[in-house]
Design a protein around this ligand. Structure first.
Ligand SMILES: NC(=O)c1ccc[n+]([C@@H]2O[C@H](COP(=O)([O-])OP(=O)(O)OC[C@H]3O[C@@H](n4cnc5c(N)ncnc54)[C@H](O)[C@@H]3O)[C@@H](O)[C@H]2O)c1
Length: 360
């Protein structure tokens, strides 16, 4: 039997006389005050990632209402109650849950983390097809319920699914964003910060392109405190036994360590959650508080940078300026070495292959 979680479910009348008395009104005062518009954020998919995002947003005092949607009714209700029970320690937030996307109505931000998991032996393309079917159920309904919202896609493969969400929602590309390499860049900045013994917040470093294996590190633009870092890394690199001079392989070693760190977490604890929670919550903050901060996120990239032709509709990560209206602009003047451009082109080709094959 389902336990009651509110006093009204225990038979106490929620519509009875108020515990507080209203002030006596003066002439011309109807008792209504101009109210601040409340901020509503919906998270579709209340798994490890969705819940880490919801809980991080909750601690940031960003939303007035958080809606959790999942296909598994008991699980999502349990997650809702668990968060509600922290009410005494947090600013007041209305937390709602259910299985129906219609509950997300009038959201400012809709974050999608729902996704099918890979079955052993299943190809990436097959997994993608299953996730596209899932997105066909979720995205048009979410777009209809919140036509003014910004959609943030987190489910993997995130770049292709952001393209799918863009197509299925009918939203302008500025309001469909993939969490992209915002997380990869944070991992990159963490590794560099540890090495340089500074705060990761003071490391300016970006990974762009596809989220995951083929992400591209922008080496020439890394800086700390306004100072370029690449020359320092080159000068201080010791290549094991051979005493070989510093080369591209040394940098590729760092990039691989960034990519590998995600796999390591998955190997150790089964999934990643906290870092992606903070990553998406920071994107949410920049969007809803109109911060105009620069995040490397997945955007419609056709023709924006060298390596991504104008006739190819695909999403990949580029440094983007985020504000209340979504993507306000994209850094199209990236300084890429020939190698970086070559890698970005490979990322773009791969992603376009997947998007094109879907025939949306
Ligand atoms: N972009 C990134 O940087 C990044 C990082 C980590 C994970 N991810 C991705 O995020 C996704 C979620 O990962 P997770 O670990 O939370 O997985 P999970 O299996 O724990 O959660 C997925 C949830 O989606 C729900 N779901 C399935 N179908 C649904 C539907 N039709 N409607 C509503 N909910 C539905 C499931 O019930 C489940 O609770 C995966 O695709 C994962 O690869 C992305």
């Amino acid at each position: 039997m389902k336990k009651a979680s509110s006093l009204s479910e225990l038979g106490f009348d929620a519509d009875g006389p108020s515990f507080f008395r209203h002030l006596t009104l003066t002439d011309g005062d109807d008792g209504t005050l101009p109210r601040r518009r409340l901020i509503k954020i919906s998270v579709i998919g209340a798994g490890n990632v969705g819940m880490a995002i919801a809980q991080t947003i909750l601690t940031q005092d960003l939303a007035d209402e958080i809606v959790l949607i999942d296909a598994v009714a008991d699980k999502v209700r349990g997650e809702m109650l668990d968060l509600q029970h922290a009410a005494a320690f947090l600013p007041r937030v209305n937390i709602v849950s259910g299985t129906e996307v219609s509950l997300t109505r009038s959201s400012d931000l809709v974050i999608v983390t729902a996704g099918a998991r890979q079955i052993p032996g299943e190809t990436r393309l097959n997994l993608l097809q299953r996730n596209v079917s899932l997105f066909r159920k979720i995205v048009p309904a979410a777009a209809e319920a919140s036509p003014e919202s910004v959609l943030v896609i987190v489910s993997n493969p995130v770049d292709v699914l952001t393209y799918v969400a863009w197509k299925l929602s009918g939203f302008p590309a500025s309001r469909v964003i993939g969490s992209g390499t915002n997380l990869d860049s944070s991992r990159f900045r963490f590794l560099l910060a540890e090495h340089l013994e500074v705060s990761a917040q003071d490391v300016q470093a970006y990974m762009v392109g596809e989220h995951g294996d083929s992400s591209v590190a922008l080496w020439s633009s890394i800086s700390v405190g306004g100072m370029p870092v690449l020359a320092h890394l080159q000068k201080n690199h010791r290549s094991a036994a051979t005493a070989k001079k510093f080369d591209e392989a040394a940098l590729e070693g760092i990039r691989r360590a960034v990519v590998g760190s995600a796999y390591e977490v998955i190997k150790l604890k089964g999934y990643t959650s906290w870092a992606i929670g903070y990553s998406v919550a920071s994107i949410a903050w920049s969007l809803l508080r109109d911060q105009r901060r620069i995040h490397p996120v997945s955007v419609l990239a056709k023709g924006l940078v060298r390596g991504v032709p104008a006739d190819r509709e695909l999403f990949l990560s580029l440094p983007a300026r985020l504000g209340r209206a979504g993507v306000l602009g994209v850094a199209a003047e990236l300084v890429l070495t020939d190698e970086e451009e070559r890698r970005l082109r490979i990322s773009a080709e791969t992603l376009w292959g997947y998007c094109h094959a879907l025939g949306l």
